[in-house]
Design a protein around this ligand. Structure first.
Ligand code: UT7
Length: 343
């Protein structure tokens, strides 16, 4: 059971561990081109993606989340957690939340566990939630997992989404600490625009278009995206959120050592980084190999970058995300000294 001791002196959340997991099965552009009206050249030039990891039959989001969660707990010194927060767009089932099952499978049965739904911004929304709960002394050590199995909701015959989306999970352990410690989560910016909720949606299966034995519109159980509109909003929102987060942290552009943005599309990333004035050597990216893994995108990127030393202790990191809702966010932090576990 998680106990809530009530208000006390302000606390800060500090990153104590990080891990990630990608399912072993790999899909190349050539494999997609063999069954869809697309080409390796189109996918590479329009998205920057060459391969993506996908879940195998029977593998669910919780399976990815447990793997990443285990790695993050090990990275933090095989510690326990008193809360599990799972950001996901693809829960194992519409009901109940997936986090309690993940907690139980990680040996954390009994702690508070809940899902956060903010599509590809889910990681930053969950980070804000976990940070807030630590600051309010309602948790001491939070396991934050962001996991998505997007290929389970993408229409395999829709070339505009099937070439982009992929599966994976990233996880952090956040502990109570001090604001001046490396790894402390700095100022964050979050936003939403629900007037544009139909730009990214799964139309059926919720309370609007209810579960039924026959969907009124076949195919409505699949994820849809108005790509061109989303592209434009992604660039605008990630740029402005990043500027606001930097201003809140008192950082100038030159202060940013590493830029970790939601790996939506390589052209979007270039555009946002260009507008922010961040040169190529400061931009972290794994989209070519990993694709767009939804909520998992940024934590997987951070874990892989820390593991291969393209992100090192003491570097100032700017994070930004954008997703359906619409939702977006940005945050700053100084990277801590830890061993990321990705394999
Ligand atoms: O993670 C959450 C947020 N998601 C995003 O940020 C994704 C944002 N959007 C995108 O990344 C891009 O809009 C896409 C990659 C989805 C599409 O790229 P685009 O450059 O915006 O292409 P478009 O939608 O403007 O389509 C251009 C053409 C169209 O054909 P016509 O109408 O010009 O004849 C599409 O039908 O490309 C066609 N097309 C394709 N052709 C070959 C769309 N998908 C494909 C494809 N292969 N896979």
């Amino acid at each position: 059971m998680t106990e809530f001791p009530g208000p006390s002196a302000p606390k800060t959340a500090v990153i104590a561990g990080i891990g990630s997991y990608l399912p072993p099965s790999l899909v190349t552009n050539a494999e997609l081109a063999a069954r869809l009206d697309t080409s390796d050249q189109w996918i590479r030039s329009r998205t920057g993606i060459a391969t993506r990891h996908v879940v195998s039959a029977g593998m669910a989001t919780s399976d990815l989340a447990v793997e990443a969660g285990q790695r993050a707990l090990e990275s933090a010194g095989k510690c326990q957690a008193d809360m599990v927060v799972l950001a996901t767009t693809t829960p194992d089932r519409p009901c109940p939340a997936t986090a309690p099952e993940v907690a139980a499978r990680l040996g954390l049965n009994g702690v508070a566990a809940f899902d956060v739904a903010a599509v590809c911004s889910g990681f930053l929304y969950a980070l804000a939630t976990a940070t807030g709960l630590i600051a309010a002394a309602m948790a001491n050590r939070v396991l934050l997992i962001a996991a998505d199995a997007f290929t389970t909701i993408v229409d395999p015959s829709d070339r505009s989404t099937a070439v982009i989306f992929a599966d994976g999970a990233g996880a952090l352990v956040l502990r109570t600490g001090a604001a001046d410690e490396p790894g402390s989560v700095g100022p964050m910016v979050l936003g939403s625009d629900g007037d544009l909720s139909d730009l990214i949606e799964v139309p059926a299966g919720g309370s609007r278009q209810r579960s039924s034995r026959r969907l009124p519109t076949p195919g409505d159980e699949y994820f849809t995206m108005r790509g061109r509109d989303i592209y434009r909003h992604a660039v605008q929102r990630m740029t402005s959120a990043s500027q606001r987060a930097m201003a809140a942290a008192g950082w100038a552009t030159e202060d940013v050592d590493r830029f970790a943005a939601h790996q939506a599309n390589a052209r979007i990333l270039e555009s946002v980084a260009g507008r922010l004035g961040l040169p190529a050597e400061k931009r972290l990216s794994n989209i070519e190999r990993v694709g767009n893994t939804g909520a998992a995108s940024v934590p997987v990127l951070l874990a892989e970058s820390a593991a291969d030393n393209s992100l090192t202790a003491g570097q100032r990191v700017l994070l930004t995300t954008f997703g359906g809702g619409l939702t977006w966010g940005a945050a700053t932090l100084v990277w801590p000294d830890l061993k990321a576990i990705t394999a």
